[in-house]
Design a protein around this ligand. Structure first.
Ligand SMILES: O=P(O)(O)O[C@H]1[C@H](O)[C@@H](O)[C@H](O)[C@@H](O)[C@@H]1O
Ligand SMILES: [Mg+2]
Ligand SMILES: [Mg+2]
Length: 267
């Protein structure tokens, strides 16, 4: 059984997950807790805002369409880092973003084990446990710590794309490449200045919707891995402390052959 103790300043509780099941690959896991947390969040929000729409990872896995419209929409990853959760590797987050007219109005990432609450509202800055966040401001790619993810795909094309991108960055060289196992928390490291950049190919909108606005409001930049404008639904992202660093990563990271196999945001 996987379990994790979640602490906040006000309460402490144990989430139990009795059953671990596979989704798209042997490394794409879901537990009862993922499903219960998502149901709990959606029903609580729906009670207050019955007209609002939802894109939730586990609802999509259960067959709901992934459709970002102009309507007010909540984008939810109930547990980002389910593999960590199952193995008790201590980086696990709940990620919630709210969009209107396809623009993110606010985002919340709660890193449960660390008891770190990241949040940002459009135009109002980014905060960690109430304290303002600011990116590192690094502009020299050679002095960067870059965060990425291994991802859940295990086919040859995905693996060779992922490993060759990491090799190309290391050869630049950058000073370090890291992966925490949760895209949402990874990306928040850029907002804190602890990392200078994050890139990911193959993530879903629910993994990064909230942390995108947190990085932007902390003074960072977000773009597609090919250097074009960021599209939350494209499954590709670079988040960085500066445009110079983001462009430096875009120049070495390649996504095309890998993404040929993806349908957009299928769980
Ligand atoms: O744990 P979930 O919500 O499934 O998200 C993870 C994603 O599936 C993996 O591909 C990534 O490597 C993790 O960082 C995600 O955050
Ligand atoms: Mg996720
Ligand atoms: Mg998840």
């Amino acid at each position: 059984n996987a379990h994790i103790i979640c602490r906040t300043r006000d309460f402490c509780f144990v989430l139990n997950s009795k059953e671990v099941r596979l989704k798209s690959s042997p490394a794409d896991l879901v537990t009862e807790t993922d499903q219960q947390v998502e149901k709990m969040l959606i029903s609580a929000i729906r009670r207050k805002y019955p007209q609002h729409r939802f894109i939730g990872e586990e609802s999509v896995a259960a067959g709901e369409a992934v459709e970002l419209t102009d309507s007010p929409t909540w984008i939810i990853d109930p547990i980002d880092g389910t593999v960590n959760f199952v193995h008790r590797f201590p980086f696990v987050a709940v990620s919630i973003a709210f969009t209107v007219n396809k623009q993110t109005e606010f985002g919340i990432v709660y890193s449960c084990v660390e008891d770190k609450l990241f949040h940002a509202q459009r135009g109002r800055g980014a905060y960690l446990n109430g304290k303002p966040l600011c990116v590192s401001g690094q502009t020299d790619i050679h002095r960067c710590v870059v965060v990425t993810e291994i991802g859940a795909e295990r086919d040859d094309l995905a693996l060779s794309t992922m490993t060759s991108n990491i090799c190309r960055l290391l050869r630049l060289p950058v000073q370090g490449v890291r992966a925490l196992g949760t895209a949402a928390v990874d990306m928040c490291q850029v907002a804190t200045g602890g990392a200078d950049a994050y890139y990911h190919i193959g993530m879903h909108c629910w993994d990064i919707a909230a942390s995108t606005i947190i990085v932007l409001e902390a003074g960072g930049v977000v773009m597609d891995t090919d250097g074009s404008e960021f599209d939350m639904m494209s499954r590709k992202v670079i988040a960085a402390s500066s445009s110079a660093v983001a462009n430096g990563i875009a120049q070495v990271v390649q996504a095309d052959s890998f993404l040929g196999d993806f349908s957009r945001n299928r769980a």
